[in-house]
Design a protein around this ligand. Sequence first.
Ligand SMILES: *Cc1c(COP(=O)(O)O)cnc(C)c1O
Length: 346
Amino acid sequence: MEIHQLVRPNILQMKAYSSARHEFEGEADIYLDANENPNDTGFNRYPDPLQWALKNSIAEIKQVDAEKIFLGNGSDEAIDLLIRIFCIPGVDHIMTLPPTYGMYQVSAAISDVEVKEVALTTDFQLDVTSILDKSNQHSKILFVCSPNNPTGNCMKAEDLRSLLQHFPGILVIDEAYMDFSSASSATQWLDEFSNLVVLQTFSKAWGLAGIRLGMAFANEVIIGLFNKIKPPYNINQLTQDTAYMALENLDEQENWVKEILSERERMEKELITLDCIEKVYPSDANFLLVKVSDAQAIYDFLVLDRIIVRNRSKVLLCEDCLRFTVGTPIENELLIEALIRFEELL
Ligand SMILES: *Cc1c(COP(=O)(O)O)cnc(C)c1O
């Protein structure tokens, strides 16, 4: 696919901002180019606009070339930038597949870009035929979340590949929860498909939601477009340093994931024995979608017990469903105990 043909003309034509750190990229002894304070506070210098040290470290762990990585102020920044790179307001649209993550729609609305929705199938899989039938040359981006939030399941690899082959625009696969899945990442297809963007994040398995750091993996053409329109210093020094240290300490992340997965399994087994729980959907993520007898009543009861879960019962295909994030073993136990107390009240 010729990616440049999908890009908004104003983005292709504009000249990117050139910062002091762009004009001179080598090493020197004296820096009098950026109007910084010369006194060393640890943070008196602007950070590397392209975050090479951090990207090289991510490249090694993810087995993706550093040149194929973009880092954003959360994945949410990558989602917003993608819409602004490709979608002409009032002309183009994005496609989303409800029930799914809400930010695709919000970002599109901010940019005055229309959203076309194609529901997932009742088993939360991709309706490839309907998606392709509803798409046209103005379908610039299709957002697929896998493992999907809030349903927890992965999409079938063969369906994803079929969309990569036939969808007329960019396919974004949001893998925010991939660290909790045994499926393999779509990054393995980056060399095969120029229209693929894979999103991952430091917000979930890495335990760093507070530093705001998201990753986008794509071919160099798309990464170049991200870099052209991003705010020059979008990833601050504190965030770059903190993420770099976390990557050096991979064991800790792996141990957390192991514990969360074993707790997920335990919770699945315990929840399904409760009378107020009708169904626990299989999960490839760090949460469980459960169908309950009365979602609002259980939600309200838990709030009174100072336990907050997510009420997804108003969401398409998720009627009567709550979403429970897997917490610490103690937190999970307290949730189960509260649900048992709810049942005793009935
Ligand atoms: C949590 C989540 C993200 C993470 O967004 P950040 O901006 O990186 O914190 C992205 N996509 C989905 C589907 C999520 O649930």
